[in-house]
Design a protein around this ligand. Structure first.
Ligand SMILES: Nc1ncnc2c1ncn2[C@@H]1O[C@H](COP(=O)(O)OP(=O)(O)OP(=O)(O)O)[C@@H](O)[C@H]1O
Length: 249
């Protein structure tokens, strides 16, 4: 496969299915898709259409059944699981809906712990404080997540994702658990930081206000041959799992 210099992500002949209730259910079948370096892309689409699964495959958390994914010139399939983990830590920033900050660590420590650069502690701290300043949290470095608002927690999570200056940033519903106004601020922040630092940003979202701000916005069904309707049983079993989880809380 020819690796284009201006492409940060190349996908070809990607297929992924899950085994559910004793049968294989196809989720993704993407013949060809690419993202250029520095592009900001929003992906929308119906619930269960494989958006999060696509991000898991791009980040190497999951492996495809067949086909190739090349991230910044690196074919993920050729890496062992340990090498994929190391590649992800240095090259991919991940922002999630529910922040996933460590509750017992301060905002600053939550970022420091994600840094891959071997720097003296003082220098590390300077870098982290500079990032916290960029997201308007200069005076919050010593606060625990529980002492921060949800929007502030997401800002810390964004800094944690960007602090290693990864060429690729993936965000899965980054505004999904925020009120409208905070969601709008977080959408602006992610886009502004991505442009300022030259990252390539791929966001999965149901938030059309956010998606419409992106220079490139697509519905996953434009690139995926599998239609959501083809997996109704899987969808209902997923909803059942979710219901069971909520009921057990
Ligand atoms: N590990 C898994 N095992 C079995 N099925 C899975 C697994 N992960 C995801 N699925 C199924 O794959 C389908 C796609 O899930 P995915 O989370 O990628 O969809 P999505 O488009 O991100 O949905 P939403 O918008 O609701 O978050 C769903 O039907 C889901 O139940």
């Amino acid at each position: 496969m020819e690796i284009g210099v201006a492409l940060l992500l190349q996908i070809h002949d990607l297929k992924k299915q899950f085994r559910v209730d004793g049968r294989n259910v196809p989720i993704l079948d993407i013949p060809e898709w690419s993202v250029e370096k520095g592009e900001n892309v929003a992906i929308t689409g119906p619930s269960g259409s494989g958006k999060s699964t696509l991000l898991h495959l791009i980040s190497g958390i999951l492996l495809a059944d067949s086909g190739g994914i090349v991230v910044d010139g690196k074919p993920l399939r050729e890496l062992t699981e340990a090498k994929r983990d190391a590649f992800r830590a240095s090259n991919i920033g991940y922002v999630l809906q529910d922040f996933h900050l460590i509750p017992s660590l301060t905002a600053r420590q939550n970022v420091e712990i994600a840094m891959t650069a071997k720097l003296p502690l003082k220098e590390k701290r300077r870098v982290v404080d500079d990032w916290l300043d960029q997201v308007g949290l200069a005076d919050r470095g010593r606060h625990l997540p529980s002492q921060l608002s949800r929007g502030q927690q997401q800002r810390v999570a964004i800094v944690r994702a960007l602090v290693n200056e990864p060429p690729l940033v993936l965000a899965d519903e980054p505004t999904g658990s925020l009120d409208w106004e905070t969601a709008d601020e977080i959408a602006s922040l992610l886009l502004d930081l991505s442009v300022a630092h030259g990252h390539t940003l791929i966001v999965v979202t149901h938030d059309l206000n956010m998606a419409n701000r992106f220079p490139r916005c697509l519905n996953i069904q434009e690139i995926n041959r599998i239609r959501r309707e083809s997996a109704p049983k899987l969808q209902s079993s997923r909803e059942k799992r979710k219901r069971e989880l909520y009921e057990s809380l």
